[in-house]
Design a protein around this ligand. Structure first.
Ligand SMILES: C[S@@+](CC[C@H](N)C(=O)[O-])C[C@H]1O[C@@H](n2cnc3c(N)ncnc32)[C@H](O)[C@@H]1O
Length: 334
């Protein structure tokens, strides 16, 4: 399992770039950028190198953690997957490329693409001394146009990108990304109802085009969740001193909520059920909401079923249920 915390090499590169930069200026820029995101303006306020750096210090640890968590889920189901090429669409400061490089030592060629020049400059600077990310090509341009001309890659990732596109652009980019996917496409979004809705629409579109879900869903059918319920996960990450300063936060960690889907050309041999919320551990039983190949169920594992109970005690929100217990008191979700 890859750690959700930024690799030492990346932390050192970010710290080196931060030298001489006033933390209060960076915090001010990060606050404006984050406000613009909340208002739906995407990355439009990231214009200068300081903006790019402020954005990276404030947000890269969390989006990195979400991509790592999604790649860990993918690798758990496909332990044999060893991609050699990556296409990182809407790469920004290079977050998903760093995450994929950590998760897959097999990766050799990294192609990054983004329309934002300041983020591209920062990404190239951060990777300048990296051994792992030596062979990178970073193209500046609109995702859909560039991706259409890019070489296909074993792994394609779009991390926190499709929320910046309108519906027509998103559909067009979805099709192009799938066309360029030799093996697996991973799309990660914020863990909000809107982020989930975008993931579900993309998932349905690509299943209709022949894709198979590798994670998180154990099936290719329509999502069984009914609104206002939505599928999302949470990843805890440690905050560095600079991260806390730029976010104006005291807590030494944060929890990033995210939604994701990994779609592959071939169907995975084993698609385990998925824990959809933190299980309720009571005195007499553990109750866990699971997405199973047959739909959403609440598995109730009584304490007296010792071996099953011990296994269920280890379940965490987002886990794949590799050893499914007998689920004695299983009930369908209303
Ligand atoms: C929220 S950032 C995410 C960056 C990175 N993938 C991450 O996870 O940290 C979204 C990125 O998508 C890029 N982007 C948005 N729309 C784009 C488009 N149509 N073509 C290329 N890049 C785009 C933005 O410039 C920005 O860098």
């Amino acid at each position: 399992m890859t750690s959700p915390d930024l690799p030492a090499e990346l932390k050192a590169a970010l710290n080196a770039r931060l030298e001489g930069l006033s933390r209060s200026d960076a915090a001010g820029r990060a606050a404006i950028i984050s406000q613009t995101y909340r208002e739906g303006g995407g990355s439009s306020t990231i214009k200068t190198e300081t903006d790019a750096l402020a954005y990276a210090v404030a947000r890269m640890p969390a989006t990195y953690a979400a991509v790592v968590a999604s790649l860990n889920a993918l690798s758990e189901i496909r332990p044999d997957f060893a991609p050699t090429s990556l296409l990182d669409v809407g790469a920004g400061p290079g977050t998903a490329s760093w995450a994929a490089a950590e998760a897959f030592p097999s990766l050799q060629a990294f192609t990054l693409l983004d329309a934002n020049e300041a983020l591209r400059t920062l990404a190239l600077d951060l990777t300048r001394r990296s051994d792992r990310l030596r062979r990178i090509t970073y193209e500046l341009g609109r995702a859909r146009t560039y991706a259409a001309h890019a070489e296909a890659a074993d792994l394609v990732i779009a991390s926190y990108v499709i929320n910046e596109l309108n519906d027509a652009e998103r559909d067009a980019l979805t099709d192009v990304m799938w066309e360029k996917t030799r093996n697996t496409l991973l799309v990660v979004e914020p863990g909000t109802p809107a982020g989930y809705a975008r993931i579900i629409a993309l998932r349905a579109r690509l299943i209709a085009a022949g894709a198979h879900v590798t994670a998180p869903c154990p099936h290719d059918r329509a999502c069984p969740l009914v609104a206002p319920d939505w599928c999302h996960f949470s990843q805890r990450l440690q905050r560095s001193r600079a991260h806390k300063q730029v976010k104006g936060a005291d807590a030494p960690f944060e929890d990033e909520r995210f939604a994701y889907v990994a779609l592959s050309r071939a169907r995975a041999e084993n698609r385990p059920s998925r824990v959809l919320a933190q299980p309720d551990v009571g005195k007499v039983e553990i109750a866990a909401k699971l997405c199973t190949p047959e739909g959403v169920v609440v598995a109730r594992v009584p304490r007296r079923a010792k071996a099953d109970y011990a296994r269920a005690r280890r379940w965490r929100w987002g886990d794949a249920v590799i050893d499914n217990p007998r689920r004695p008191g299983e009930s369908r979700d209303p």
